[in-house]
Structure formats: structure tokens, C-alpha cells
Design a protein around this ligand. Structure first.
Ligand SMILES: [Zn+2]
Length: 567
């Protein structure tokens, strides 16, 4: 059996189950789905034609996770999350994939947080320790210690205790403090000038802007029900004071309840975020001007996680048409793509790259973005896309981190950032599509450095930021999405323009894609520095062709699950 047919068999098996699943929904949809998915999981191990197919493993692991997300009240929600984490560990071992091991750690930690009373919580914590031990014995020591301390009555205590003994030479000398930079030695105080934020019910990004770089430290305070206080995340900014013109946009409804700031000591400003619910947070800094970016994920469903849309909870299965079954399946697995955010690169005082005759990248990207929006508005409904937004619709500067914030605020399922490439060699030409990841490829790094230029972030700083986000960025989906867009753009352009060069899908660390945690791509449409391509960019026909190409890629990606399973 080919890999593709094996995937189809799995999808078809899920389809065949649908009528049975439907009947029992009144009782417990989640429980039924869990039982059926578990059967598929069991059959996987015993079937040599499937057991080495990563796609099938992923489909089932993802199905478990979507049960946990879509049926949080089900008795099987904890088991679904637990088995999903278990499968990712198995995938990590079987396919030698660090990304899957990381996923197993993330889901296991989530399990420990959400279901600390479950008798599987110590197993989940042990899984975290076991996986981390491969990377760092010191970090593993701390994780094994947690098994012993948090679950003294659990059946994993003995194993963990032995590990703590074995690893005692690696015991860290002092507690590791997160997000801490070295306090400054005083001097002139730096102004906190702006606090900006974007929120949904389950996500918020807050950006604190200062007029100069300064050390800061963030810390989370747990919920305090006795005093009626929600979880709070605060940032201490050393050597700083509140600018008298500090502007904070008014709060609207969302995860973020309140923002308070005050001069905490003579030379320290404390900014406190009051959060409705808390699941995870990340903090990083950007330069020029210096700003501290905080991403906070609320508990429960995640808006940026397209497996977790609220409105997929009440879907109806229709069994008479295969298409309906398929779309129901994609809904059950949460693969529906409805909202697209298109980002026209650069703008305002940032022109982007400039062509030999003076054409500016910011003007080209806006035209392509608008043409793409128009086409998606007109025809996207055919394949489920009902909302299309632009990050900017005129010539204005938007910081890179704000663009992702806007996408999250709109609840985007897909994010497309549009750019023009540039090179010293005027002869360079071609189209390439990027996703967010590490790379050692010098050319890709140069492209990222140019696109990140307005953030002043260095390569090593960017790598540190990226480490925090790689788990939650949808790399595989983004890669698939990028593949569709890249090949569609090449196909569309080839019909009317020659020469066209397919430079392929590439990876590089782009700030604009950080924190999107939805399939996200950056399209380098063509080289504005190439006189022939610059001339093409000036014609609306070429702009429309580019938009058509990207549109075709979005369409193919959105229809992916459907076509894969009804063939
Ligand atoms: Zn650009």
C-alpha cells in the first residue's frame, strides 16, 4: 500500500464510523470518538503497512488532541490528551523526530497542569522528565524531582526517586530563573513610552515600548481566589520611569482584564497584566525602539489553534453524501479554514526593498494583498473562507510584532505575509515561499535579516526567541501550505511570463511569523531589484497573476483534507 492510500484508508475508516458516532452523540460524543480513535491507534501497531507511516500516526495523534479540545467536558478528555502525548513520544522515537518529542513534552506538561489530580498525572510528569533527560541531565533532575514532590503517593515515585539519585551529580546549583536579564548599574532612567495590546478571549499580546534598551524580568503570580484576584503577569523594568505621555490604548473585552503600571521603586517600573485565565506565556524583546513583547495564551480553546474553534463544537454530521462526511470529518478534526489575514509587507517610513527605477516594495505588496483579498472575498466561500482581513490597507508603518497581533485578534486560521525579494546581483530572479524555522542557509538568513531589519534583532537573539515558539508554531501545516502556494504561484505565472524560477519552500526566522501559531507563510513574490521583474511589478496584470497564484495555493490547502479522503 502506498503511503497516500494508507492515509486514505485511515480517513475512510473514520468516515465509516461516523454514522455510529452520530447515534451516540447525545450520550457522550467525546467518549465515543475516543473509543473509535483508540481502536485505530491499536490497529496501527499491528499493521506493518501503517506502522511506519508518519502521516497516519499524526492523523490519529491529532484526532486524540482534537477530542480533548472539542469535548473538554467528556470523561475521556484527559485520556485523549494523555494518549496524544504518548503517541508523540512514540513518534519521536520511531521517526527520530525532536519536534514530536517536544510536542510530547508540551502536551504532557499541559496534562499535569490541567489534570493534576488524575492518576495519570505522575506518568505524564515522568514522560516530561524522560524526554528531557536526552537533552539535559540537569533539567531532567528537576523534572524527576517534581514527580517525587508533587505525587508522593503515585506509583511512579520509586522510579523517579531512583532517577533523582542517579542524576544527583547533575543537580543544578541554584534555581533557574526564567526571563531574567542582569539588572543595570543605574544611570539615567529610561522612559516607558507606550503600552499596546491585542486580545481575544483566549489570547493577548502586549507590547511595552521604551526609549532605550534596559534589563527586565517577568514573573507570573497565580490566581488568588481568596482576594478575588485573577492570575497576573508582571514585568519589572529596571532603570526606568513612566513617561509623562505614556499612552495605553483602552481595553476592550478579551483575555486581558486590566493593565496597571507604576514606579515600583526609585528606578524600576512594574507593569502588571490582569489575565482572565492562563495557560502559557512567552516574553521576548525587540529593538529600535526597544520593546518587550508578551504573548499570553488563555486556558481552554485557543483562537490561534485552528483545531480549536469554538463553533466546531456543535457541528452536525450528515451521512448521505460523501462530501458532507468529509467536511464533517475535517470539522471533527478541526481542519476548517475560515479566516485569512493577509499582510502587505512594510509601509510608511519603511519602504522595504527598492527597484532600480525607484519602485518601492511597500507599494507592490499592498497591491498584491488587496488583489488577493478581493479574490478571496469573491470566491473564498466556495471552500469555506468567509472572512478576509488585511493588516494594513494604506501606506502606513506597522511594527512586525503588531501584524501577528492583528492576525490573532481577528482569529485568523491562515496568515500570509507578502514581500518582494532583493539581491545585490540585479540578475537574481525567482519566487520563494518561507515558513518560520531555524536555518543555516546563508541566503535564507540574509532574506530574514532584511525582512526583520526594522526590529533590530540579531541572529542569536532571534534564535533564542524562536526556541520558545517553535513548539506552538504549526510547522508541518505551514510547510504544506507554503508548498501549495509556491507551486500555484509558479504554475500561474508560467502561463504568461517567462522566465519564471521556482526557488522552492524555505525556512528562516522571520519576526512577522513569530507567535502566529497558525499555518503562516511569507511569500517572496519576485525580485524587485531585477529590472525585468520590477517592470512586471508595475503592471496590474502581473499583480493580479501573483494574487491568482497565491489564491490557488490557499484554495488547494483549504481543500486538502477533503480531496485527500474522497479520491
Ligand atoms: Zn519585505
Amino acid at each position: 500500500m502506498t503511503r497516500k492510500t494508507a492515509v486514505q484508508v485511515i480517513l475512510v475508516s473514520i468516515l465509516v464510523l461516523l454514522p455510529a458516532i452520530q447515534q451516540s452523540y447525545a450520550r457522550d460524543k467525546g467518549e465515543q470518538l475516543y473509543t473509535e480513535t483508540f481502536q485505530l491507534y491499536k490497529s496501527l501497531a499491528s499493521d506493518p503497512s501503517k506502522v511506519n507511516d508518519k502521516k497516519i500516526w499524526e492523523t490519529i495523534a491529532r484526532a486524540f488532541y482534537s477530542i480533548y479540545i472539542n469535548y473538554p467536558e467528556s470523561a475521556k478528555a484527559p485520556d485523549s490528551l494523555f494518549v496524544s502525548a504518548k503517541m508523540y513520544e512514540e513518534m519521536g522515537e520511531r521517526f527520530d523526530s525532536q519536534a514530536d518529542l517536544n510536542m510530547a513534552v508540551e502536551y504532557s506538561r499541559l496534562f499535569v497542569r490541567k489534570y493534576s489530580d488524575s492518576n495519570l498525572a505522575d506518568d505524564a510528569q515522568l514522560r516530561v522528565a524522560r524526554i528531557i533527560e536526552k537533552e539535559s541531565k540537569a533539567d531532567a533532575y528537576i523534572e524527576y524531582e517534581k514527580v517525587v514532590e508533587k505525587f508522593p503517593d503515585g506509583d511512579m515515585k520509586t522510579i523517579a526517586n531512583n532517577k533523582v539519585q542517579d542524576l544527583s551529580p547533575f543537580k543544578p546549583s541554584k534555581a533557574h530563573k526564567e526571563h531574567e536579564s542582569t539588572p543595570s548599574g543605574g544611570g539615567k532612567l529610561i522612559n516607558v513610552t507606550q503600552i499596546r495590546h491585542w486580545s481575544t478571549d483566549t489570547y493577548t499580546r502586549v507590547v511595552i515600548q521604551l526609549d532605550k534598551e534596559t534589563p527586565f524580568k517577568s514573573m507570573l503570580l497565580k490566581e488568588d481566589p481568596a482576594h478575588g484576584k485573577p492570575p497576573r503577569l508582571f514585568v519589572d523594568i529596571y532603570g526606568s520611569k513612566v513617561d509623562k505621555n505614556l499612552y495605553v490604548e483602552p481595553l476592550t473585552r478579551g483575555l486581558l482584564q486590566d493593565i496597571k503600571f507604576a514606579r515600583n521603586t526609585r528606578d524600576k517600573v512594574r507593569v502588571v497584566l490582569y489575565i482572565n485565565s492562563f495557560d502559557d506565556y512567552k516574553v521576548f524583546a525587540l529593538q529600535d525602539p526597544f520593546r518587550i513583547v508578551m504573548d499570553i495564551q488563555g486556558t481552554g480553546e485557543k483562537p490561534g489553534d485552528y483545531y480549536a474553534k469554538k463553533d466546531t463544537g456543535d457541528f452536525q454530521y450528515k451521512s448521505h453524501l460523501p462530501e458532507d462526511n468529509v467536511s464533517s470529518l475535517s470539522e471533527a478534526l478541526g481542519l476548517k479554514i475560515r479566516t485569512v489575514v493577509i499582510d502587505a509587507g512594510h509601509g510608511g517610513h519603511d519602504p522595504g526593498a527598492i527597484g532600480p527605477s525607484g519602485l518601492k516594495e511597500k507599494d507592490v505588496t499592498l497591491k498584491v494583498a488587496k488583489a488577493l483579498k478581493e479574490k478571496l472575498d469573491r470566491e473564498g466561500r466556495q471552500f469555506g473562507i468567509t472572512k478576509v482581513y488585511l493588516t494594513r490597507s494604506d501606506d502606513r508603518f506597522i511594527p512586525l510584532e503588531e501584524r501577528t497581533g492583528i492576525a490573532k485578534k481577528y482569529g485568523a486560521d491562515l496568515f500570509i505575509s507578502i514581500h518582494c525579494n532583493a539581491a545585490r546581483d540585479k540578475r537574481a530572479y525567482g519566487t520563494e515561499t518561507y515558513i518560520l524555522s531555524f536555518t543555516n542557509d546563508q541566503r535564507s538568513l540574509a532574506v530574514a535579516a532584511r525582512e526583520n531589519a526594522t526590529t533590530g534583532i540579531s541572529r542569536s537573539e532571534m534564535e533564542n526567541v524562536l526556541k520558545k515558539y517553535l513548539l506552538s508554531s504549526k510547522i508541518e501545516e505551514s510547510e504544506r501550505f507554503a508548498g501549495h502556494v509556491q507551486s500555484s504561484v509558479i504554475q500561474t505565472l508560467s502561463a504568461n511570463y517567462q522566465p519564471v524560477k521556482n526557488k522552492g519552500v524555505k525556512k528562516a526566522p522571520f519576526v512577522v511569523l513569530i507567535g502566529a501559531d497558525i499555518p503562516s507563510i511569507l511569500v517572496e513574490t519576485a525580485f524587485i531589484t531585477n529590472p525585468r521583474d520590477e517592470k512586471r511589478f508595475k503592471s496590474q496584470a502581473y499583480i493580479d497573476e501573483l494574487a491568482d497564484g497565491i489564491f490557488a495555493g490557499v484554495k488547494r490547502f483549504s481543500s486538502d483534507v477533503q480531496t485527500a479522503s474522497i479520491q
